[in-house]
Design a protein around this ligand. Structure first.
Ligand code: PHE
Length: 444
């Protein structure tokens, strides 16, 4: 349904609800879905894990994501302006509102790490195309990519592509790119999942993923990991989703869009599980997560299956699409805020963001360094951003204000249960996630 845009953010508006949802799905579907969810699903109880996971992801989607969208739309601007708005009538609010810089730096930090990892993905894609990745042990190939200054040209190319996409025409560019890349991602992953199901022994992977181990539900760690995963996967960071919300038309129903985003993100996670685990088990490999899964185990498997190079091309292309659309969201948060805070032209803001991301990132290309950077940002900064966002939106802004924004564009009134869930359950959970993340050294 195409609608006339109603003046909102100065960068423009999404032209349709599906464009908005796909852009948010683009942000939400990323490495977390691909290299972490499948492992967690199997490790923490198979089908039993889905119970806490779905519970949390729906809760966070319904109140967390929608709150971030709503504050952005209300403020008509992204991270910095939204936090200022939340705190402006509060004592010391002028200063507290400035803490919005922290989530913004969180976006820049994850973007820096993501760009490096996507450089490895691009390199693996090219290696699959020319066969280089199959000519040596995949661990050796990866060690080359993930050493000091090991992937500079690929790293530059990734940042360049994301920056170009963001220059196509601000919001309309973001919308166009996501409208193509996200459906292609789903289609390619579905094709790979079908191919993988024909591998002899794949059944063991399905058993790992889906045979419920109910006793896991008695282990608190299952609930903690499900909660962390649900949080990170929705990109609730007090930053990226706020800026996309600021590009949303007043006539759109935020709650519906939040739920759709959550459903598509969960579908992407399930699809990833169906791609990865049956393949891993078919070859009797121990299931893992993270970079070693993506850059060592997967190429090893690809080298062993007929037409593995073809599947590899589809696989790394889809991962690239999932990652670039997340990277664009993190960049956009930084770009929009600097554009309006410092009153600079969008092109200048895009170039500055790209240069800073590379300028810092180039010293973190080594696997250990990028791991440390990502840990620091995803364990401390991002959960803090989400927590600060939750408090700002549901407490500092003042009672009823966000509900008022949410009811615009919706045919039904926001029930009083929503506010209770948001203030008494969601906000405390963000605090718990922040603390548990530190205790467990990362849960998202
Ligand atoms: N949601 C993304 C994932 O699951 C990660 C992300 C976090 C993207 C924050 C944007 C902002 O991988």
């Amino acid at each position: 349904m195409s609608k006339q845009t109603q003046g909102n953010n100065r960068n423009g508006n999404f032209s349709s609800s599906i464009g908005f949802v796909l852009a948010c799905v683009g942000s939400a579907v990323g490495l977390g879905n691909i290299w972490l969810f499948p492992y967690r699903l199997g490790q923490y109880g198979g089908a039993a894990f889905l119970i806490p996971y779905i519970l949390f992801v729906l809760l966070f989607g319904y109140v967390g994501l929608s709150g971030e969208f709503a504050i952005g739309r209300k403020a008509k601007t992204g991270t910095l302006g939204s936090f200022e708005l939340c705190w402006k009538d509060r004592k010391f609010g002028k200063y507290v509102g400035k803490l919005g810089w922290i989530p913004l730096m969180g976006s820049l930090g994850i973007a820096t790490g993501y760009a490096i990892i996507l450089g490895w993905v691009l390199r693996s894609l090219l290696g699959t195309m020319n066969g280089d990745i199959f000519n040596m042990a995949s661990s050796e190939y990866f060690a080359m990519a993930a050493g000091d200054f090991g992937s500079v040209p690929y790293h530059i190319l990734i940042i360049f592509i994301a920056a170009m996409f963001l220059l196509i025409g601000a919001v309309s560019g973001i919308e166009k790119v996501n409208k193509v890349l996200m459906p292609v991602f789903f289609i390619l992953f579905a094709i790979i999942a079908i191919r993988v199901s024909f591998l002899p022994g794949a059944i063991e992977g399905y058993k790992f993923l889906f045979v419920p181990k109910w006793e896991c539900l008695l282990d608190i760690e299952t609930w903690i990991m499900a909660m962390g995963q649900a949080f990170f996967t929705l990109s609730i960071t007090g930053s990226g989703m706020i800026v996309y919300g600021s590009y949303l038309d007043k006539r759109e129903d935020i709650l519906k869009a939040s739920i759709k985003t959550t459903i598509f993100d969960t579908m992407a996670a399930m699809l990833s599980a169906l791609v990865i685990m049956p393949a891993v088990f078919a070859f009797g490999i121990e299931p893992t997560a993270g970079p070693s899964l993506m850059f060592i185990t997967i190429p090893e498997i690809l080298g062993k299956i007929p037409f593995g190079n073809l599947i590899g091309i589809l696989f790394f292309t889809s991962v690239l699409f999932a990652g670039i659309t997340s990277l664009m969201n993190m960049f956009e948060a930084v770009i929009e805020s600097t554009q309006f805070k410092f009153n600079i032209n969008r092109k200048v803001a895009v170039v500055a963001c790209a240069v800073i991301c590379f300028g810092i990132g180039v010293f973190f290309e080594n696997e250990i360094n990028v791991g440390r950077l990502m840990d620091f940002v995803s364990i401390i900064i991002v959960p803090f951003g989400a927590l600060f966002g939750a408090i700002s939106i549901y407490y500092a802004l003042g009672k009823g204000k966000i509900e008022e924004e949410l009811s615009q564009g919706s045919n039904s009134t926001i029930s009083s249960i929503f506010s209770i869930v948001a203030r008494d359950i969601y906000v405390p959970l963000t605090v718990i996630i922040f603390i548990l993340g530190i205790i467990y050294n990362g849960i998202g």
